[in-house]
Ligand binder design. Structure first.
Ligand SMILES: [Zn+2]
Length: 78
């Protein structure tokens, strides 16, 4: 049993936007009906700056299902 592991929940996650190294604060949950089953959720991570850009990208294609904060996403069971 490794006691150090239990406190390692706060890994820094990085924005999914190309070339961006900012820490992510948002989770964009999406689904492509052509390749995914309806209940399947793919996720992109976004920093404050790229949330709009990435959600627009997914929204235009009709893929976007949900935009939640990373804290909120982590708190729910997936
Ligand atoms: Zn970013």
């Amino acid at each position: 049993m490794n006691t150090r592991e239990t406190s390692a929940e706060t890994d820094t996650v990085i924005c999914s936007a190309k070339g961006c190294r900012a820490p992510a604060v948002w989770v964009l949950a999406w689904n492509n009906p052509k390749i995914h089953t309806p209940e399947r959720r793919k996720t992109w991570l976004a920093c404050e700056e790229h949330r709009e850009y990435l959600s627009e990208f997914l929204g235009m294609r009709g893929f976007l299902k949900d935009v939640v904060t990373l804290a909120e996403w982590s708190a729910t069971d997936h």
